[in-house]
Write a protein that binds this ligand. Structure first.
Ligand SMILES: [Zn+2]
Length: 395
């Protein structure tokens, strides 16, 4: 069965050979899909005959968003923390512990129901691939069951036992690291593809983070890192040293950090929802683009510091407050995210790529930043199959 999408007003291919600019944008375009993959891209009027056709009616089509950073296995919420913060309190890494207590007390069914509800929100926002971390269990049993739940729904699972030192190990960070790199890793590795650590003030220092990531690498996991969110530290340098796929947050970067990222295979993943929700200062991403750093945008969906599943929102903030152009923001949320997960099959719409994309209810991707907070995702397809279709409830 082949499926054609015709009359696409603006198609983002992310292949500069196919169209204009870094997004390889094509106007009046068509796409043909077979067996879940793109088999043809070109002008709508020369699209080959197909078994089925969707008429995009002049609306835009973009690659599915790739959310390379999310924390989706947890219980409860932290709306009161948010309220206090907006009333003047500062964000610290310690709030994670209240979510840990609720997560440990929750059943598998409760955790999975919450996960699925967030997954549905992501799909409705146009996300077709997402990563999810553990990190709210912080015991051998709870980390392993959190990862097992995530692994049922995404192949991009990340072991984050080293999120913070839990209260039951207060003052015994070395003992906790021994657990994380030993028995906990042993139980979690079968459910995880990645290993991650929160390398920052109030969490883990560079030497601790290096030991944690190296233990995961020795177990066959690939490294990624939470780095330089709360302060300038050695996290980004460690990411480059260990060839992490991504250094995430990067809110506080030195000139040396930017230089190191530019000469590496490590993607800098920006998480504007975290700065927004903690009222922190934004990094000027223009410095990264000017240096040639590969940049991704992700939601950081988590109950403490960025409780959003909307990539459209992240794009709007990145454009408005972080110096991204609309093109750079769209690229970072799609192909940038794919690179942050070291995936070559997603994030672009050219021949051979997975047919993961959204049909917008707007003429082009430019409306995502231009109309912040407005749902402009009309239909979402993954591997060529519709996984979401907007139903207009207004009569
Ligand atoms: Zn995070």
């Amino acid at each position: 069965m082949s499926l054609a999408i015709t009359n696409i007003g603006s198609l983002v291919t992310n292949n500069p050979n196919l169209g204009s600019g870094i997004l390889g944008e094509l106007e009046n375009a068509g796409v043909v899909i077979e067996d879940g993959k793109i088999v043809w891209v070109g002008s709508s009027r020369s699209a080959p005959a197909s078994d089925q056709t969707i008429d995009a009616q002049g609306m835009g089509v973009i690659p599915g968003f790739v959310d390379s950073h999310a924390h989706m296995v947890f219980a409860g919420d932290r709306s009161k923390d948010f309220e206090a913060r907006m009333n003047g309190e500062k964000y610290s890494a310690g709030g994670i512990k209240s979510t840990v207590a609720k997560t440990r007390a929750a059943s598998d069914a409760e955790l999975e129901a919450n996960f699925l509800s967030l997954q549905n929100e992501m799909i409705r926002s146009g996300i077709t691939t997402f990563e999810s971390k553990s990190g709210y269990g912080l015991s051998v049993h709870d980390e392993a069951r959190c990862l097992a739940i995530a692994a049922k729904h995404t192949s991009e699972t990340t072991f984050l036992g080293a999120h913070v030192v839990p209260e039951d190990y207060a003052g015994r960070a070395d003992d906790y690291i021994a657990l994380v790199t030993g028995e906990m890793l042993q139980s979690c590795a079968p459910h995880a593809k990645w290993v991650d650590v929160f390398c920052d003030v109030g969490a883990f220092d560079v030497d601790q983070s290096r030991a944690i990531l190296k233990s995961g690498i020795a177990k066959g996991l690939m490294p990624r890192i939470h780095a330089n969110q709360l302060a300038q530290g050695g996290g980004v340098q460690l990411a480059v040293e260990l060839d992490c796929a991504s250094a995430d947050h990067c809110t506080h970067l030195s000139a040396k950090d930017i230089e190191a990222l530019a000469g590496s295979n490590t993607v800098a993943t920006m998480l504007p929802g975290a700065e927004f929700s903690t009222r922190a200062n934004y990094l000027d991403a223009k410095k990264l683009f000017a240096a040639g750093v590969t940049v991704a945008l992700a939601t950081d969906c988590n109950p403490g510091s960025s409780y959003t599943t909307s990539m459209g929102f992240c794009i709007a903030v990145a454009i408005r407050d972080m110096g991204f152009s609309p093109e750079q923001a769209l690229w970072s949320a799609t192909l940038g995210g794919a690179k942050a997960l070291r995936r070559t099959d997603i994030g672009a719409l050219s021949v051979g790529m997975s047919a993961d994309f959204s049909i917008l209810s707007a003429p082009s991707f430019r409306h995502l930043g231009y109309r912040p907070g407005v749902d402009q995702i009309s239909q979402v397809l993954r591997s060529g199959k519709t996984i979401y279709k907007h139903q207009d409830g207004t009569k």
